[in-house]
Structure formats: C-alpha cells, structure tokens
Design a protein around this ligand. Structure first.
Ligand code: NAP
Ligand code: MG
Length: 479
C-alpha cells in the first residue's frame, strides 16, 4: 500500500479525491506521514464489504478457524514488535518503553480472543415438559469502531479482538491525530490471512468519516472510545438507527490513600498512574485523595518523587513524553493557568529533558495541593499529566469525594484494613476498583468500562463478548 490509502474490502485504495491529511510527531512537530482523508463514500464501501464478508466467508467459517486467524495475527504482531513500537512512539510521542508495552498488549488481545473463539457457547433453559429451549449466542453482524489517539495500537486489539472472535466483521475509524500504527496493523491482518472485507480501516476526520460510520444504517453496533461530547453524538446517531453502542468516555479516577497505607507502594503507583502516556489515559489516576492525618507527610514524599519525573521525546524513553498535539497542549495549559490563577498551590512539577525540541508538545507534570472539591481540576478530565491532591477525614468522607464527580471509570484504594478494603470496593461507583495496586485499566482479561458519564458497556475479557453477540432463543416442542 501507499501512504494515503485505506484497507477496504481487502484492497488498499485512496479516497476518490486522493486528499490526504498530514501526521505530525508530537516530539518535534515534524511531519512523519500522510493518511487518506476518508469520506462518507469510503465508509459506505467499507460497510458494504464488511456485510458481504459477514454473509459469506466469515459468517460460514468455523469458530476454531476464526480463532486460528486471530492467534496468527497475534504472533505476527509479536514478530513485528519493534517496528510497530517505533511507529507508535513517533506517532503518539509516547516513550518507547510504553509503546513496546502497548504492542505487546495488542498481541495479547489477539491471543486471548483467538483462544476464546471456540469457547463461546450458548445455554439451555429448563422449560415445560416436551420442550427444549436453546439460547444461541450469535454475532451482531457488521460492527463499527471509532478509537482515539492515545493508545491506537493497543485499542486496535481491544476493540477488534472480541468483535472478530464473536464472528462479526468490522469497519474501524482511527483518530486522525495518530493512526500510522493502525494502518500498519491493517496490513498485517492481510498478511495473517484474514479474508477480504472482514477488517476494514477508513482513516479521516471524525466529523467526516467518523460521523458517517456512526450514522450508517447498515451497521449493527458501534463501539466508541473518546470524549463525552463526541460520545453523545455517537449515541444520538446510533439511536436514530436503533443500534446499540458501547461507549468508553474517560474519567476522573481517584487514588484513595488511607493513613494505614503502605505509602511507598502507593506513591510509586500514584505517580505512574498520572504520568503514564502523559496523563492521556482514560483511566489515569488524576485525583489523589489522602487522609488528613497523613496528608502532610504523604505529600512531602509524593512531591519529592514527582519532581524526579523526567519529560522528553519518545526516543529518549523517559518517564513521560509529549502530549498528542498543539491543541491538546493548549487545552492542558489552560487548566494549569486556571488552577494557578485561582490561587491553588503547585506542590511539585517534573523536569524537562535538556534535549527536548522546543517544537515538541511538552507539558511539565504538575501536582496541585489542597484542591477544592468544586474546582475544575477536581472534577474535569484534563487528559494531561496533572494531579489534584484532596484531603479527606474518614471513610465516609473519602467515599463522598470519590463518588462526587460525573465520572466512574476506575478507582484505587490504599489501606491495610481488610474490612475497609471490601467496604470501599463495594461502595465506590466505578467499573474497576484496584486495592493496593493500580493497573490503569488492567490486563486484557479484566472487564473494563464505566458508569455514569464514563460510558456504558464493557470491553476486555469475556465480558466484551457479550457486547459483540446477541442472544437468540430457540424453542422446540418435541412432543
Ligand atoms: P474525540 O474528539 O472524542 O475523538 C475520539 C474519536 O472520535 C476520534 O477517532 C475522532 O476522530 C472521532 N470523532 C470526532 N468527532 C466525531 C464525530 N462527530 N462523529 C464520529 N466520530 C468523531 O477526542 P479528541 O478530540 O481526540 O480529544 C478531546 C478530549 O477527549 C481529550 O482532551 C480528552 O479529554 C478526551 N479523550 C478521552 C479519551 C478516552 O480514552 N476516554 C480518548 C481521547 C480523548 P478525529 O480525531 O479523527 O477527528
Ligand atoms: Mg479529534
């Protein structure tokens, strides 16, 4: 394929106008490639190709054969591990170590769902005498996928792994800010032997290709990860065609540190959870709630650790890379400026690597202390390396603050008290709760998703297979 082409119906093709969009490296702002500016017409072609594959070769393939193809793709991704990591790091600005981990995770999705394909089965139900009832789990059909720019390679696996495992065919629209890794992965799907039309990738702008996909009448489900604002548009478009959607819309996840916590362990995890991917992680731990009796001592150690965080280009492979774009940098800076001008105390910042290019989109990780619960820094998703520390008095106070935002994606609880661990885990309103650890979303095996404004539906693990299938009840009267 050439730069500026998309994978539609097994063929690499440019959009009719041959228009392309430049891609920039966040580490220095330089152009590193061009992608096709896909349109509604391209989405139409891709959905038609996916429908043909669903009704033909893919729909008729045995589950074990589907599983084999997924597993083969996982192995091929591992064979191309370093190449993919280099592309992903340059494209997103993330440190190479992080990009390498993302490629491994992407491969893991295809291994996990490759193994699951022939283990997805239905049920029987006891009913009246002389009857037999079967519940078949069938694929939905053609699934649409819109993914963001923060983890394009790993999200490719997260969203397509379960969809294909369950027997669907797919059309994926990656974010125009970062999708070179996804385009390369699309090539690998053909090399792995996926039949034409099973996986289609249409690149382009959200308002064009993305909107056309989410409003398409011939898809059977749309899966979206991104901002709550666009999530509303997706859900509205899907509602018009009465199709379901899976929405993962970010969070304001709390790390809750009680006075009896192992502080050393907590501090490492708290820093990592906000610095990882420059804070551009839906499950970033962007609030640290600290019990008032240990607030001062904890903050002293936390700020020492925080000031050692190093920021630089992906090639330097430090703790934190650039943010995705100039626009995102300005967005994060406006949160920082608002925090400072409202008198909030900056307790610590990270350090910028001396070799960092002045044209790179770097933000110094910033720790704010004594952040009032009502302030934007305590409530809004910044999507940058900005951590808000908030003191609390007791368990009830911690719960009230933890549950007091519009979001509910992930939470971390740090305490040695077993009863409290369990009470907190039960009462926190979030899709995932980590106790004495924090996995920023966790492994591929662990169901993941939100409540409240963080979205609905579940990705990862076996739970994702429920979203990508539909139950059919078959009743036999056998006399
Ligand atoms: P976004 O606009 O929600 O983008 C996510 C995906 O949706 C991209 O593929 C985007 O395409 C597409 N899209 C945009 N407008 C669309 C539309 N009208 N119809 C269909 N698809 C559309 O997110 P963003 O602009 O990249 O970032 C904005 C903020 O969203 C961030 O600052 C952050 O707070 C949040 N965010 C959250 C997550 C998360 O994982 N929860 C991920 C990314 C961003 P294009 O980008 O190509 O236009
Ligand atoms: Mg965008």
């Amino acid at each position: 394929m050439d730069l500026g082409e998309m994978l539609i119906g097994g063929k690499w093709q440019a959009t009719a106008s041959r228009e392309t969009i430049p891609m920039y490296s966040p580490s220095d702002g330089k152009e590193i490639g061009r992608i096709a500016r896909g349109t509604a017409a391209d989405v139409d072609k891709a959905v038609a190709a996916a429908r043909r594959a669903f009704e033909g070769i893919w729909g008729n393939m045995a589950a074990l054969e589907r599983g084999r193809l997924l597993t083969r793709l996982g192995a091929l991704i591992l064979e191309h591990h370093e190449e993919l990591a280099q592309i992903e790091a340059a494209d997103t600005g993330k440190p190479l170590t992080q990009a390498r981990a993302d490629v491994t995770v992407c491969a893991r999705y295809f291994e996990f769902y490759g193994g699951a394909a022939d283990k997805l089965h239905g049920e029987t139900i006891p009913y009246l005498n002389d009857y037999q009832v079967l519940i078949l789990r069938e694929p939905r059909g053609v699934t649409g996928h819109i993914i963001p720019w923060n983890y394009p390679v790993s999200m490719f696996g997260r969203t397509l792994g379960p969809a294909l495992c369950a027997g669907n065919t797919s059309v994926l629209k990656p974010a125009e800010e970062a999708c070179l890794g996804v385009v390369r992965l699309a090539e690998l799907t053909m090399e792995a032997g996926f039949p034409a039309g099973v996986i289609n990738v249409v690149t382009g702008y959200g308002e064009e290709a993305g909107a056309a996909l989410s409003a398409h009448r011939n898809i059977d489900l749309i899966s979206f990860t991104g901002s709550p604002e666009v999530g509303t548009l997706i859900q509205t478009a899907a509602a018009k065609n009465h199709i379901p959607c899976v929405l993962e819309l970010g969070g304001k996840s709390p790390q809750i540190v009680f006075e009896d916590a192992n502080q050393e362990m907590a501090i490492e995890a708290v820093v990592k959870a906000i610095v990882q991917n420059a804070g551009q992680t839906c499950s970033a731990g962007s609030r640290v709630l600290v019990q008032r009796s240990v607030y001062e001592s904890f903050m002293r150690s936390l700020s020492q650790r925080f000031s050692r965080v190093r920021v630089g280009p992906h090639t330097a492979d430090l703790d934190c890379g650039a943010v995705i774009s100039l626009q995102q940098k300005q967005r994060v800076e406006s949160f920082l400026a608002a925090g400072r001008s409202s008198g909030l105390e900056v307790v610590a910042t990270g350090m910028l690597d001396r070799g960092a290019d002045p044209n790179g989109y770097f933000i110094l990780p910033t720790l704010f202390g004594l952040v009032p619960e009502a302030s934007d820094l305590a409530r809004e998703e910044v999507f940058g390396p900005v951590l808000a520390a908030i003191p609390f008095d007791d368990e009830a106070d911690a719960l009230r603050i933890a549950n007091g935002t519009d979001f509910g994606l992930v939470a971390g609880v740090w305490t040695e008290n077993g009863g409290r661990q369990m009470r907190m885990a039960k009462r926190i309103r979030a899709g995932q709760v980590f106790v004495n650890t924090y996995g920023a979303g966790g492994g591929v095996e662990l169901p993941f998703g939100g409540v409240k404004k963080s979205g609905h539906g579940r990705e990862k693990g076996f739970e994702a297979l429920r979203e990508f299938t539909v139950a059919k009840t078959v009743v036999f009267n056998h006399g």
